[in-house]
Ligand binder design. Sequence first.
Ligand SMILES: [Zn+2]
Ligand SMILES: [Zn+2]
Ligand SMILES: [Zn+2]
Ligand SMILES: [Zn+2]
Length: 318
Amino acid sequence: MHVGHESGHGHSHVKSLDLSTRDGVRALKVGVAGLGFTTAFQVLLLLLSGSVALLGDTLHNGVDVIGTAMVWVAFIVTKRRKTTRFGYGYHRLEDLAGLAVVALIAASALFVIYESARAFGDSPAIQRPWLVLLAGVVGFIGNEAVAQYKLRVGKRIDSAALVADGQHSRADGLTSLGVVAAAAGIMLGQPRIDAAVGLAIGVLIGWAAYSSGREVILRLLDHGDPEVRHQLEHAAESVAGFDHINKLRLRHSGRTVHLVAHVCMPSAYSLVQAHDVAEELRAAWLHVLPPASVVDVHADPFDRETGAPHLKEAAHSH
Ligand SMILES: [Zn+2]
Ligand SMILES: [Zn+2]
Ligand SMILES: [Zn+2]
Ligand SMILES: [Zn+2]
């Protein structure tokens, strides 16, 4: 028997989803606007100066704005109604958007590293170093303001993702201080400091591409987070009426989790009894999983004396 009705049984997380996303989406909008203005201002100063450190910082901020906007659009699409043809919804779109963002980050890292290496050799004269200084200060203030906002909202709506995003913005603000150091170097007659800061920022962007790329690709390969698995095993401890869990298979799709569980229950159970236990497990698991997650519970008849049906289970695949 396969139990797992996506509606009905009076268990819905749709309400909590709406509440948290309205605040979350507003935080995204404010973040994109704040960082967008910062980046636009930096682009202007970049064109007037030609500093590679500023090129790195501006590209990084620009990619962050585009990336957030892409994930935001993907997120809006995931709220569309499920259809029979897309029974799991459109959450994978968030992972695909993530993959596109990673490609963008990687390309900008390579570009910044290339330009910085070239600047090391040429040491081109950088015009108006005070504009570079101004751009660094603006980058720091813009990112730090966005960081404080995201951290405040993230803590209020208890969103780990938004808090992590705020910490990212804070780290980006510190990166902008590197541009301030580069400007000071140029003013002191050491233009190579600009190339060195550019190179360091390029490597930082490259590291971001690697770590976020790894995460996105693992998700697309249906990797299940061991920490989530651990939480699920704990959540099942609060439910009685089954013997043991035979199989627990999970994968991530966007922010949601798909879980398939094979649970061994006494063979003497009626269909209604087995269904009740399965629904209790499903509710317990939905409570620890992100909103819009999907849980299917499969009940296996189990005899404590003989250990059946584990031998038979191997023969049929499910
Ligand atoms: Zn049911
Ligand atoms: Zn960033
Ligand atoms: Zn079993
Ligand atoms: Zn079975």
